[in-house]
Design a protein around this ligand. Structure first.
Ligand code: GLU
Length: 457
């Protein structure tokens, strides 16, 4: 059976690099196994979900190179969840509750005062049909809880009931269902929380593996019980560590700073972002990987650290720089085409300047220096004026090619006796207006005779 994976964001904001970590773990695993990847929007929360966010999430994923085999929306699959809810109700596993958040809160406080865990005591299960009718007559709408299978005979006397599973990332896990409250599956307004729809979809879509953040480990125990209640086989689960900021705070869809959109707008390369999202918090060095295929070979779930990993923007800068320095012209051609450079010079230009770009966009400034106008720095002394005049006079005749720079500087050296830094620095300052920059040799043919002579005046 081939692997079927899914990434299931709720479209309530933009994706951040931590969400991308989850998406990539699933995508790369599917890629490596020759399987399928489903992008499923968990959009049953009508108040917070937005179609625009769903579309933007798709755009962000495609920017990284994730091309889902299928896109699904839970809001279009409600009939399936209704059917599952009916099945559970018929089995007595889904029961109506009428407590308000306030009532539940007060109850939890009383439990805490008595040193009891804040687990829901199934009080609503005790309601008689008349009591329920009376509450409904008051205008209360029920929310519905799933009766966890953590008891034998008497639901008011839960017993230790371990769910055990072999986590693909964390290894063997054990969770006691008696330590959990019966989860609410349906809200008072009739909308579904993610727990049931997720199980229904994973079963219906034949999902074989679920990789998600380790904030979901407890949900997994509940969902195991739901798979069983619905007569379906649970997939294999893997829970990865979460990413935090350098300061240790969790990433949130609302803190825009580390969103993929921001990173893209700031000019980061998708593979720098993807390499970091996957390799941070995994043993082994964090190095730039050139494509997703290679990144999938680096994926090793058993190497994912157990504790949270910090996302360090400086690391992203480094990876980006390393990637940009090695980018072939084809990878940047469309971007270079937006700069004012004649197509015949575009490739030579990129290869000449890439080692001096932290981001591809830095090439703009070099394009201006090479093909536009520069501000020639003021002469430092009379010697520099004489030097420039000699350099202009000694520029070899004929076409300026790859070898011209060598020939030119050899001539200057033999005629003036100036060499080393005393030769190269004033030359660089005159030609580029700067004290540092790309190798001058490859730049000369691009700058051309006319501009060179003008800058040496
Ligand atoms: N919508 C859930 C989330 O974003 C999905 C969790 C899961 O992958 O099952 O956390």
């Amino acid at each position: 059976m081939s692997a079927i994976l899914r990434f299931a964001p709720s479209p309530t904001g933009r994706l951040h690099i931590g969400n991308l970590r989850t998406a990539l773990f699933n995508w790369l695993f599917a890629m490596r196994e020759g399987g399928q990847f489903i992008l499923r929007f968990d959009d049953t929360d009508r108040e917070r979900s937005r179609r625009e966010y769903a579309d933007l999430i798709e755009t962000d994923l495609r920017w990284i190179g994730i091309e889902p085999h299928r896109v699904a929306r839970q809001s279009e699959r409600i009939a399936l969840y209704d059917a599952a809810a009916e099945t559970l109700k018929a089995k007595g596993l889904l029961y109506p509750c009428y407590e308000t958040p306030d009532e539940l809160d007060r109850r939890r406080k009383r439990q805490a005062a008595r040193g009891l865990p804040p687990v829901y005591g199934r009080e609503a299960l005790k309601l008689s049909p008349e009591e329920r009718a009376a509450l409904e007559a008051e205008g209360r709408k029920p929310h519905w809880r799933f009766l966890l299978p953590n008891f034998k005979g008497d639901p008011f006397a839960p017993k230790r009931t371990d769910v055990t599973f072999d986590d693909l990332i964390k290894g063997p896990q054990t969770i006691d269902l008696a330590s959990l409250s019966d989860p609410v599956l349906i809200r008072g307004d009739g909308s579904y929380l993610y727990t049931l729809p997720s199980v229904v979809d994973d079963a219906e879509m034949g999902v074989t593996h679920i990789i998600r953040g380790d904030d979901h480990v407890t949900n997994t125990a509940v969902q195991y019980a739901l798979f069983e209640a619905l007569g379906a086989k649970a997939p294999v689960f893997g829970h990865h560590n979460l990413l935090t900021t350098v300061g240790g705070e969790g990433l949130s869809k609302r803190s825009g700073a580390l969103s993929l959109e921001t990173l893209r707008d700031e000019g980061f390369e998708p593979m720098a972002v993807a390499s970091l999202a996957v390799l941070v918090g995994m043993s082994g060095s964090i190095e730039p990987v050139s494509d997703l295929e290679r990144l999938s070979e680096r994926l090793n779930f058993r190497e994912v650290s157990a504790s949270a990993s910090k996302f360090d923007p400086a690391e992203l800068d480094r990876l980006n720089r390393e990637i940009v320095h090695g980018l072939e012209f084809e990878a940047v051609a469309t971007r270079i085409a937006t700069m004012d450079i004649s197509p015949e010079h575009a490739e030579a230009f990129w290869l000449a300047v890439r080692a001096n770009c932290d981001k591809v966009g830095d090439a703009w400034a070099w394009a201006e220096i090479v093909f536009g106008t520069i501000e020639t720095p003021p002469l430092q002394d009379d010697g520099e004026a004489t030097f420039r005049a000699s350099a202009a006079r000694l520029l070899p005749e004929g076409e300026i090619g790859a070898e011209t720079f060598k020939e030119w500087t050899a001539r200057i050296k033999s005629e003036t006796g100036v060499k080393g830094k005393a030769l190269f620095l004033p030359l660089r300052r005159a030609i580029t207006g700067l004290d540092h920059g790309p190798e001058l040799g490859p730049l000369l043919p691009l700058i051309g005779r006319e501009r060179l002579l003008a800058r040496l005046q």
